[in-house]
Every structure is written in structure tokens, then in C-alpha cells.
Design a protein. Structure first.
Length: 171
């Protein structure tokens, strides 16, 4: 990981641990919300999907192609946007160190809970997250909205290994 003072301005602004931890929190919240609606027994966001979800959200061109409803299947999206599929796969690799840093930050700040190989959005952090989002730009708010959506969407598309396979990502 590059030392903080050696990072570019873009890295410091877009990939800072606090912002990325909020994105992960929203992914985990969305995942749990949809899992509970589907009465799934596993409602914790698998770490592999945390990395995938952040790749969907943090790349603006990909985020803009996301469907409007969780009923749209991932295979349909992959068929319609094959170039974005490969961008998501590449993004998982590129973003990995930033997301690891964000997970550590979120756990230290007590709004993410790391349970084995899963992430949980600590519900006690809801008011802090809401306060942060009210003070941000429309683009950050859009990232937040889409992060929660992606969390809901990913669980609707099968097991983590199925999602990884559809995106061409090796576990």
C-alpha cells in the first residue's frame, strides 16, 4: 500500500478509507436487507462480494450502467455490458488494497463487523452514516445509493461463486 502522503489527490479523495468503509457498510446493509426479504439464512455480506460490489460502485462508468431494479439478472447485465464486466473484474484487483484498508478502518470505527469471511453493517452506525451522507456531494450520495442497491442485487444473483464466475473473476 502506498504511503498516504505519496498518494495522488484522486486516491486520497476517492479511495480514502472512510469513504470506502461507508460504501462497504452500505453494501453490507443492502445485502442483509434483501437476504431478510428473501428469508435467506445467510444475511452477512461475503468478503468476496464486498470487493466485487465496491468495484461496481466506485467506477463511475460502470455505476451508470447498473440496472434500476434488483429483478434484472446479473447474466442479463453481463450480456448487455460485456466491457463493464471486464472492468469490474479488473477493479476487484485494483481496489483490493484500498478495500482491505477500508475494512480495517470500518472495524476500528465500529461501523463494520468482520465475522470470519463476512462483513456486517453495524446498525448502531446508521445515524453516523446518515449524518455523513447529508453533508456530501450529489455524486457521493449517488455512490451510496448505488452501493446499497448493489448489495441487494448481488444476493439475488446466486452464491458468491456464481457471481464471481459470471464476472470472470477467479476466487
Amino acid at each position: 500500500m502506498t504511503a498516504w502522503h505519496e498518494r495522488t489527490i484522486e486516491e486520497r479523495n476517492l479511495l480514502n478509507p472512510a469513504f470506502c468503509a461507508v460504501i462497504l457498510w452500505l453494501l453490507a446493509k443492502g445485502y442483509r436487507t434483501e437476504a431478510n426479504a428473501m428469508t435467506e439464512s445467510q444475511d452477512q455480506l461475503p468478503l468476496t462480494l464486498a470487493f466485487v460490489g465496491s468495484s461496481f460502485v466506485l467506477r463511475g462508468q460502470t455505476r451508470c450502467t447498473l440496472p434500476m431494479t434488483v429483478r434484472t439478472s446479473l447474466p442479463s447485465w453481463v450480456y448487455e455490458y460485456p466491457l463493464h464486466r471486464s472492468a469490474v473484474a479488473k477493479g476487484v484487483e485494483v481496489l483490493r488494497p484500498y478495500m482491505r484498508e477500508a475494512i480495517m478502518f470500518g472495524v476500528q470505527q465500529d461501523f463494520l463487523i468482520l465475522d470470519g469471511l463476512t462483513l456486517i453493517a453495524n446498525s448502531t452506525a446508521q445515524s453516523r452514516i446518515n449524518k455523513y451522507l447529508k453533508q456530501t456531494t450529489p455524486e457521493i450520495q449517488e455512490c451510496a445509493k448505488r452501493a446499497e442497491f448493489v448489495g441487494r442485487w448481488l444476493i439475488k444473483n446466486g452464491t458468491p461463486s456464481t457471481v464471481l464466475s459470471l464476472l470472470g473473476i477467479q476466487p
